[in-house]
Ligand binder design. Structure first.
Ligand code: OSB
Ligand code: MG
Length: 369
């Protein structure tokens, strides 16, 4: 497939509301938009999802920049690609650095779909025309504040509410939430804040009829999670622990989880995400699409991926306006009654808002391919 240039733009965007997890608070996002272009006016876009500090995985905005500029673009300059599914193989000599790889691969998938005049969803083999989404609420200053936010989002129609937890902000808070919202699908995400020493605390969550608990134990663990899953009724969902289809295979074999959160960035791209999806489909593991507080390009990629059939649970791809005053795509992602209608234009299906892109761009560099 023809690729003639890669443009790397570094953007800075302020989140509407600070987002607090068990590790700290995110207020603004620095990230890269990678554009892959051909000579016919087709432009494909990808977005990096690492944060400025390595609290979620080891990657950061700076490591993304280093990998993309010093390794990934070079591989693209030195090799021909016939189909975007070959990019994963091309990037294999570079260990990990999955978020950097995913953004470059994503731009190439979008370019390919535009060259073929099909949607990215179709290029991936997805069929759903509508996808269900939930919302992830960060740790709030007060329980009343959390209850108010949940009430608002339940009214908006979001299909499930995810609540970030940590030791000291868990059982009592969730119990209050369950009391006020007896019928709402609720789940909790610990971002690796517990160990097996907390097993009694985690067992107590079984009373609350949660859809799942996401990544309760260490970011690199699948052994203790298997012990935990055997001891509790609440389904365990893995996020941070799964970086590849191989990781997923091992977690499924060990019974470390019943659900997997797939994030394109965390697993190194769409081809790997699809392989994890297929493996989960064969093994009866439910999957859903996680979020990294993405701007529009990353959000559009998540929507396309979610059209695959085993994305049986609502994802974290909430509407643009929850995160941003102004997004970088036109139209922005909108959610009606917890449902996103998948766009039918080619590629990621949304136009880039060129003015917004320019306004948020701090630096840019063009590479000939
Ligand atoms: O709304 C979103 O984009 C997802 C929010 C979220 O839960 C999250 C945000 C940043 C980093 C990690 C996570 C997570 O899923 O663990
Ligand atoms: Mg998570």
């Amino acid at each position: 497939m023809p690729i003639t240039s890669i443009t790397l733009r570094r953007l800075n965007m302020q989140l509407k509301n600070p987002f607090t997890t068990s590790f700290g608070t995110i207020q603004d996002k620095d990230f890269f938009i990678i554009e892959a272009a051909d000579d016919n006016g087709n432009r494909g876009f990808g977005e990096t999802v690492a944060f400025t500090s390595p609290w979620y995985t080891e990657e950061t905005v700076k490591t993304n920049e280093h990998m993309i500029k010093d390794f990934l673009i070079k591989l693209l300059q030195e090799n021909e690609i016939r189909h975007p599914s070959e990019v994963r193989e091309l990037f294999k000599p570079i260990k990990r650095n999955n978020m950097a790889k995913a953004a470059a691969e994503g731009a190439i998938w979008d370019l390919y779909a535009k060259q073929q005049n099909i949607t990215l969803a179709k290029a991936l083999g997805g069929t759903k025309q509508k996808i269900e989404v939930g919302i992830s609420l960060g740790i709030q200053p007060t329980v009343d504040g959390l209850l108010e936010k949940i009430g608002h989002q339940v009214k908006q129609g979001y299909k499930r509410i995810k609540i970030k937890i940590k030791p000291g902000w868990d059982y009592d808070v969730l119990k209050e939430v369950r009391k006020q919202f007896p019928d709402t699908p609720i789940m909790a995400d610990a971002n690796a804040a517990y160990t097996l020493n907390n097993i009694e605390q985690l067992k107590k969550l079984d009373e609350l009829d949660l859809m799942m608990i996401e990544q309760p134990l260490a970011h690199d663990d699948i052994v203790d999670h298997a012990k935990l899953q055997a001891a509790i009724q609440t389904p365990v969902c893995l996020d941070e622990s799964i970086h590849s289809a191989e990781d997923a295979r091992k977690a499924i074999e060990l019974k470390s989880c019943r659900i997997i959160n797939v994030k394109i960035g965390r697993v190194g791209g769409l081809a790997e995400a699809k392989e994890i999806h297929d493996l989960c489909r064969e093994n009866g593991i439910d999957v859903w699409c996680g979020g990294m507080l993405e701007a529009g390009v990353g959000r559009a990629h998540n929507i396309a991926l979610t059209t695959l059939p085993q994305f049986t649970l609502p994802g974290d791809t909430a509407g643009s306006s929850l995160y941003w005053e102004k997004d970088i795509i036109k139209p922005e992602v909108t959610v009606n009654d917890g449902v996103i209608t998948v766009p039918d234009k080619s590629g990621i299906g949304y136009n880039i808002d060129e003015q917004a892109l320019e306004a948020f761009t701090a630096e840019q560099e063009v590479f000939d391919i």
